[in-house]
Design a protein around this ligand. Structure first.
Ligand code: ZN
Ligand code: ZN
Length: 295
């Protein structure tokens, strides 16, 4: 069995487990499953032009400047187009409600009228403005463009994050945002044994260790003003809440090996916690495909 097949089998197992624990998450898992499987498939064969990693300065990283601000990670226009066309059929399968818009975008990319690389050029600063402009030009909903381009960006950035593993290894990164792409975490996991907290970035898939007593979003430190919310009897699944910045972060306590877990699938099965937190007036640290209600 090769590594990709192993990854796919592991993923199936994590999905089954998530569904057993939280049957209500079937809709979201069914919708995102084809996209997750497609992402793994594409990552297995994708080859990108070399990035300018020689520009990465360890001292600047130490000062908290993520790689995306030091090197160009998504400059490969041909790869952007290739990835978009490869993932679109999976997206249409999972999300029939926006399949029409995705079809229009697919056709536009094939004909060269829609240029996804141009939008990713502005990532992340002017991203939303570029998304709106492209949506208007292509006469589709901005949410469809947003979802497509975030999915493409994730695949490209995850590939780059893999290439960067050696550079990032052994580096002291003590920030609450991702050292690769600068995004705030979408989910965190606490190892029961030893109590380490790991943060997971949904924008590039990177994971890094971070203090348990500091809010990753605003840097607030100490026990005061920070709590965990959980449903009675399910204290391994919680939401970390910072009352200073009114943000929450879905947090799982993992008994056993952290390696044998999938942060994102676990988070997707806990959307009920996202709903409760948002009803209480808190906002997620980062908006991602499974926690953006009413957008
Ligand atoms: Zn990241
Ligand atoms: Zn905070």
């Amino acid at each position: 069995m090769n590594r990709d097949e192993e990854t796919l089998l592991k993923l199936e197992r994590h999905m089954e487990q998530a569904l057993r624990n939280h049957p209500h998450s079937r809709d979201i898992l069914d919708a995102l499953k084809p996209v997750i499987l497609g992402r793994i498939r594409i990552l297995g064969t994708l080859r990108l032009k070399d990035a300018d990693f020689e520009n990465i300065d360890r001292a600047r990283l130490k000062d908290g400047i993520p790689v995306i601000r030091q090197a160009t990670l998504m400059h490969d226009g041909a790869a952007v187009r290739e990835v978009a066309l490869a993932i679109l059929p999976d997206m249409k399968k999972g999300l029939p409600a926006i399949a029409g818009d995705l079809e229009t975008l697919e056709e536009g990319i094939r004909k060269g009228i829609v240029d996804p690389a141009g939008v990713l050029h502005s990532f992340p600063e002017a991203f939303m403005e570029s998304v709106d402009a492209l949506a208007e030009r292509a006469s589709v909903r901005p949410s469809a463009v947003d979802f497509l381009l975030r999915t493409v960006a994730r695949i490209l950035l995850e590939k780059r994050a893999g290439e960067l593993a050696e550079i990032l290894k052994g580096m002291d990164w003590d920030r609450g945002y991702c050292p690769v792409c600068g995004a705030l975490p979408a989910v965190s996991m606490i190892q029961e044994k030893g109590g380490q907290r790991w943060l997971h970035c949904a924008q590039c898939g990177h994971e890094w260790r971070f203090s348990r007593v500091i809010c990753p979003c605003c840097g607030h430190e100490g026990q005061k003003g920070m709590t965990y919310y959980f449903v009675e009897g399910r204290d391994l699944e919680s939401a970390f809440i910072c009352e200073k910045c009114d943000k929450y972060l879905i947090t799982l306590t993992k008994v056993g090996n952290l390696e044998d877990s999938d942060f994102e699938i676990a988070a997707m099965s806990l959307v009920h916690l996202d709903m409760i937190m948002q009803e209480k007036g808190f906002t997620p640290m980062t908006v991602c495909s499974w926690n953006a209600f009413g957008r």
